[in-house]
Design a protein around this ligand. Structure first.
Ligand code: 5GP
Ligand code: MG
Length: 177
């Protein structure tokens, strides 16, 4: 696996420090500001699998974790195609929603899921992504917490895949062409 990685962009240590900071900011803004409403953490699978597992352990309050599935790449393509597929909708009515995804690229996934969640009458919705590409499309999507801003290149590791592979690579890196 390591031989397929051209270079490491963000090390596991840097990720871990940043995830802790995000957890602290979320706890302060989402929980300490209003302890009355419950919090539903809605994670977009599969790319956010490791991020959400780490992030939730920096959230000390009582939260419900719910998973949604979205897919924007088919097989070996590295270009986003049309509409992501969204599965069963979570139960978020009257709860503060923290929507968690791995990366903001075209922004289609987050925009679409956010719109679906809005219709379920949550108390509020905030979103959190580990990575955001420095692209006009990605910067235009409202996002409350961003782990790292990266250049427009295809990254893998820490949950992010290429054709299903490399999700278990512990750092975030760029694969060889
Ligand atoms: P968007 O809808 O914002 O274009 O795409 C978001 C989804 O596409 C992410 O949740 C992620 O699954 C996938 N994606 C976007 N950019 C990358 C990338 O650089 N690497 C990987 N592995 N997946 C990406
Ligand atoms: Mg995704």
């Amino acid at each position: 696996m390591i031989r397929d990685i051209e270079r490491i962009l963000i090390s596991r240590g840097a990720i871990s420090d940043r995830v802790r900071e995000l957890g602290e900011a979320i706890t302060k803004n989402l929980y300490e500001a209003d302890t009355e409403h419950e919090i539903a953490l809605v994670a977009v699978m599969t790319g956010s699998i490791i991020f959400v597992a780490d992030l939730m352990r920096h959230l000390p309050m009582k939260i419900r974790i719910q998973l949604m599935t979205a897919t924007s790449y088919v097989g070996k393509s590295t270009v986003t195609n049309s509409d992501p597929l969204v599965g069963k909708l979570p139960d978020v009515k009257n709860r503060h929603v923290l929507l968690v995804d791995d990366i903001l690229d075209s922004g289609k996934t987050l925009t679409r899921i956010r719109a679906e969640l809005e219709s379920l009458e949550p108390a509020s919705i905030q979103s959190c992504v580990l990575l955001r590409k420095k692209l006009p499309s990605a910067m235009a999507v409202p996002c409350d917490y961003v782990g790292f801003e990266i250049e427009d290149e295809f990254v893998v590791g820490y949950g992010l895949d290429y054709d299903g592979y490399y999700r278990n690579f512990p750092d975030i890196g760029v694969i060889r062409p």
